[in-house]
Design a protein around this ligand. Structure first.
Ligand code: 0RQ
Length: 503
């Protein structure tokens, strides 16, 4: 392990995880590494959770404000939530224990665009950062840090925190060295300058993270893999969604609005986005690029087959098989992947400049094209908005995909009114279900409703939506975006009461 810690000063700070965790005291704001199950600290949060449980047994208060890059894993979010140790959490999460406590009202959770977290912290909007706990894959002789499988907000947490704990994970491939690009040219308004990135693969920074060694209070050695889940196998609905998108992209090429290499792809999290990307492989496209935040198996497959030649992201979010493939062919992937801080991978200026094609999953869309990415029946959070808003608003084309129904048909994913809105009708260009694709560009609300109902709704729900829309057009006082306000959310209410929107 000494090989991975080249700096003698930092080597002298090696200690067991329990001793490192003891540096964290109740009430602290702690910035942790981790993004979609990759590159999160593995040992200190577990030791901290045990400490918190013991304190609670003694009747003592022990809660923390926990900030991350995005979702982590059971060893971090799960363990701390279970121990009752989280008072406030930000931003994206996906752990079942944490989600349950947020939805029971026990933990305050702030969902925020992932591209904006770092500047929010720099503006001082999150208060003082007491501690950073960051996983890296190695420490160089000069003290710089080789990042791990995600970069996330690590640069910001290392710069802003009063104290730093570093976990050096020897299980992460050493071949990650050279894959990262950490941009240190950011400034605060009014002194900001243009970010000099004009192609997805441009390197504008340095491969390593800097840390002030005097702030490092502990170094912990770990040897544990990222706990990454499996993706659901590609099903018929996802295959059809991918086919609709491929046909649409071909149409745009014929119309001269897209070139043969398309534009940089962004693909969201989840099973559907992953499956859709796999489907693009059969589209016959070549020389593609990606400017995205996570690389899931579907994207890795496109890189492996050279369909995609260069991808910028902030994290690898792979299944165990994907991790194996990545590690075995890391030299190939290092020449095609650049991992950046999430304030760069999701930066509005860069997404707008490059003209991304954004493809994100969603929970539901309403007939006017407002999209809900986060809440079930308007009140219970699933994961969070993640980076979908960064990309939806600023991309060349913003596409949202979902099967037309959920829970074996008991839920329609096309509804009269979205029960929660993450992406307004103004940020949504294309809606795709297995039924078809609705191209909303240049359409008024009532025109949008017609194509969404006709092209995207499931046949069982289509007549119900048509009926609602026609009565709304007749009876609504305002005829611009017609609604029956006493009925608009009745489908969700019916599902909550009877378990089926049709009942
Ligand atoms: O629940 O597993 O209990 O059955 O939602 O649904 O169909 O497996 O879809 O994995 O692609 O996730 C929006 C959650 C989709 C994801 C969401 C239920 C469904 C299932 C998952 P079960 P699927 P996916 C940048 C982009 C926001 C963040 C984002 C997401 C579960 O895409 O988190 O886009 N997006 N980031 O049954 C009730 C509905 C439902 C529903 C589906 N209408 N009502 N439940 N479900 N539709 C990357 C990052 O930000 C990191």
């Amino acid at each position: 392990m000494v090989d991975r810690i080249g700096n003698p000063n930092l080597r002298s700070k090696i200690m067991p995880a329990d001793d490192a965790a003891a540096k964290i005291v109740p009430g602290m704001t702690v910035g942790m590494s981790g993004f979609t199950g990759a590159g999160y600290p593995k040992q200190v949060p577990l030791a901290l959770a045990a400490m918190i449980e013991a304190a609670h047994l003694r009747g003592e208060y022990f809660k923390l404000k926990v900030l991350t890059g995005a979702s982590t894993a059971p060893e971090l979010d799960g363990a701390l939530a279970k121990a009752g140790g989280i008072d406030f959490r930000l931003p994206y999460q996906s752990d079942p224990e944490l989600r349950a406590r947020i939805n029971r009202g026990e933990i305050e959770y702030m969902d925020i665009h992932l591209g904006q977290v770092a500047q929010y912290a720099w503006f001082g909007f999150l208060g003082k950062l007491d501690m950073a706990v960051i996983e890296v894959s190695a420490i160089l002789e000069d003290g710089r840090l080789v990042p791990s499988t995600s970069v996330g907000n690590n640069k910001t947490w290392l710069d802003l925190a009063d104290q730093v704990i570093i976990e050096v994970n020897a299980a992460q491939p050493i071949g990650l060295d050279g894959m990262h690009d950490i941009y240190y040219g950011t400034a605060l308004p009014p002194n900001r300058k243009p970010i000099p990135l004009v192609r997805p693969g441009d390197r504008i920074g340095e491969p390593y993270l800097r840390v002030d060694p005097s702030k490092v209070v502990a170094v912990v050695e770990t040897q544990a893999p990222d706990r990454l889940g499996h993706f659901a196998p590609v099903d018929e609905a996802s295959r059809r969604i991918a086919e609709h998108l491929v046909e649409f992209f071909r149409h745009e090429i014929r119309q001269g609005r897209l070139g043969p290499n398309l534009l940089p792809l962004q693909s969201g999290v989840g099973n559907i986005a992953n499956a859709v990307l796999s489907g693009l492989r059969s589209g016959g496209f070549e020389g593609l690029t990606g400017f995205t935040e996570v690389i899931q198996d579907g994207m890795l497959d496109l890189i492996r087959t050279d369909t995609i030649q260069m991808v910028s992201a902030t994290a690898l979010s792979l299944s165990p098989e994907g991790v194996k493939e990545f590690a075995q062919n890391i030299d190939h992937y290092r020449s095609r992947i650049v991992l950046r801080p999430q304030e760069m991978s999701n930066h509005a200026e860069l997404i707008r400049r490059l003209g991304c094609l954004a493809i994100n999953g969603m929970v539901e869309a309403d007939i006017y094209g407002n999209v809900n990415s986060t809440h079930v029946a308007g009140t219970s959070i699933i994961n969070g908005i993640g980076g979908s808003g960064d990309f939806a608003r600023n991309s060349f084309l913003s596409c949202f995909v979902t099967p037309s129904t959920a829970k074996n048909g008991a839920i329609s994913c096309i509804v009269p009114m979205a029960s929660h809105v993450d992406h307004t009708e103004h940020d949504v260009a294309i809606v795709v279900t297995e039924q078809g694709l609705a191209d909303l560009r240049g359409l008024s609300p009532k025109q949008r409703a017609r194509v969404i109902i006709d092209n995207c709704a499931h046949p069982e729900y289509r007549p119900l939506l048509e009926d609602y829309f026609l009565r709304a057009c007749r009876d609504s006082r305002g005829k611009h975006t017609p609604h029956l306000l006493n009925e608009a959310l009745a489908w969700h209410e019916r599902f909550l009461l009877k378990g089926d929107m049709r009942a």
